[in-house]
Design a protein around this ligand. Structure first.
Ligand code: GAR
Length: 227
């Protein structure tokens, strides 16, 4: 009797790994039907490595500082990923820019979470920039990864309010709470083949997703809307 394998993930991290933890928890709580085959970190001190070990997930440390070029570092990660053949590679706070060779080898199978409502605030310090711009809303985005930094097709976003006396820390915590729901949710849609990238465009239930993809408002995951 053959038993079908669950949808498999490899997760790339650089730090705390709270998004990795949210994915682990969603799998353990049976909210996400998937398995994590491998966690790769480019930093030895990443707390996410401990989280993976505690969950019994194989880990690999591939330190970028040990490689003389971005391409060689990326090739080492590609070799490790090829060996475990995940269905999807999940960037979860992985803070290295990826080479064109890495992105094209994983085209359509590589997703990222970014702490802003893309296309606003690509890059770093997104919460600070949203506060300085006196925005009234902020949030997080999930997108397929292309060669353009934080520029690939967005599949989902969750929006949070910005309050008058907000600090960067308060806002970051509010956004992270959303991230921890949004990422497992989107991975689940991809695992169920409800969400896919077809000819470079994100498609949900056979419908082309435009303008930022699936939209959520703070912590209401029973309802989403499309614009
Ligand atoms: C997350 O907020 C994620 O959106 C951000 O790093 C944090 C990692 O947190 N990613 C980026 O800024 C990528 N451009 P975590 O390690 O606790 O999951």
């Amino acid at each position: 009797m053959s038993v079908s394998q669950p949808f498999s993930l490899a997760v790339l991290i650089s730090g705390n790994g709270s998004n990795l933890q949210a994915i682990i928890d969603a799998i353990q709580n049976k909210k996400l039907d998937a398995s994590i085959k491998l966690v790769i970190s480019n930093r030895a001190d990443a707390k996410g490595l401990k989280r993976a070990e505690a969950a019994g997930i194989p880990t690999l440390l591939i330190e970028h500082t040990q490689y003389s070029s971005r391409e060689e570092f990326d090739q080492a990660m590609l070799d490790a990923l090829k060996a475990c053949r995940p269905d999807l590679v999940v960037l979860a706070g992985f803070m290295r820019i990826l080479s064109a060779q890495f992105v094209s080898a994983l085209s359509g199978k590589l997703i990222n979470i970014h702490p802003s409502l893309l296309p606003r605030y690509k890059g770093t310090q997104t919460h600070k920039r949203a506060l300085e711009a006196h925005d009234s809303v902020h949030g997080c985005s999930i997108h397929y990864v292309t060669e353009e930094l934080d520029g690939g097709p967005v599949v989902a976003q969750s929006e949070v309010p910005i309050y008058p006396n907000d600090t960067e820390q308060l806002l970051a915590a509010r956004v992270q709470k959303e991230e921890h729901q949004l990422y497992p949710f989107c991975i689940g849609l991809i695992a169920q083949t409800k969400l896919e990238l077809i000819d470079g465009a994100p498609v949900l239930n056979k419908q082309l997703l435009t303008s930022g993809g699936i939209k959520f408002r703070q912590s209401n995951y029973d309802r989403y809307y499309l614009e």
